[in-house]
Design a protein around this ligand. Structure first.
Ligand code: SAM
Length: 230
């Protein structure tokens, strides 16, 4: 069975967007993954198709109603569905490559995209929604965040990336940022490609890349390595 993603959103027309392009789009056409969007308003009960209401306790903005969202979730993810249910949220657990790998190894995902001030806590609890953040900033809605998550996951699915675009040596795969990359021409604005990379000595090249990756990670993201041993 291929990886199956269901997205609940007020803006289904935004999808597939970038998820339909290039290798991800080809992967979808080849049946390696499946994307389905559900319009939350289809589960509203009034003639205005409203899905939100004012926050209890006061304050600005609107909150997505739990009853309507619960109906949408139950529709796309009935009992027995083993896919994790995620809700994109700036207060969620920050997304990282390890989580992305775990999701890619599973049957798929159900993703709720928030809008407005947020989502009634009771539906988050009652439907076991896992809050996931894509970073410490606030977007207008969860759709772009859902696309970020899906793009990261889908490119890891078997057969989606060609061998030319392998991910084995990429940033985070070995816990480090990736070493610097070079290609022809040999000289660019007076700068040569580091000689080791054209030496043909593969063991030396591997050592150089590892050292560069460690140095870059220590400089930019020391949190990924832990305290320096120096
Ligand atoms: N009032 C919320 C708060 O302060 O946490 C922010 C709501 S935001 C304007 C609307 C929706 O955008 C959220 O419900 C969520 O789905 C999405 N969103 C915003 N920033 C996000 C982020 N960094 N990661 C994931 N989703 C985000």
């Amino acid at each position: 069975m291929s990886f199956s993603a269901d997205v609940i959103t007020l803006f289904p027309d935004l999808f597939p967007g970038p998820l339909g392009a290039s290798v991800l789009g080809r992967g979808m056409q080849d049946g390696r993954w499946h994307l389905s969007t559900t319009q939350l308003r289809d589960f509203a009960e009034d003639k205005h198709r409203s899905v939100d209401d004012t926050p209890s306790g006061g304050g600005a903005g609107m909150v997505l109603r739990p009853d309507i969202l619960a109906k949408a979730i139950d529709h796309v993810s009935p009992q027995g569905d083993t896919r994790p249910r995620l809700v994109m949220s700036p207060r969620g657990v920050p997304l990282d490559q390890a989580r992305v790998r775990r999701l890619a190894a599973g049957p798929g995902v159900v993703i709720v995209c928030g809008r407005f001030e947020g989502i009634d806590q009771r539906v988050i609890d009652a439907r076991g929604l896992e809050e996931v953040s894509i970073g410490d900033y606030v977007l207008a809605g969860g759709e772009v965040a859902a696309m970020v998550l899906l793009e990261a996951v889908v490119r890891l699915l078997p057969g989606v990336l060609g061998t030319a675009e392998s991910h084995a040596e990429e940033s985070f795969e070995d816990g480090l940022l990736e070493y610097p990359q070079y290609t022809r021409p040999q000289a660019f604005e007076g700068h040569a490609i580091p000689a080791v990379l054209t030496s043909g000595d593969h063991a030396r090249i591997a050592r150089w890349r590892r050292a560069e990756a460690e140095a870059l990670t220590r400089k930019r993201r020391p949190d990924l390595i832990g305290p320096s041993q120096d």
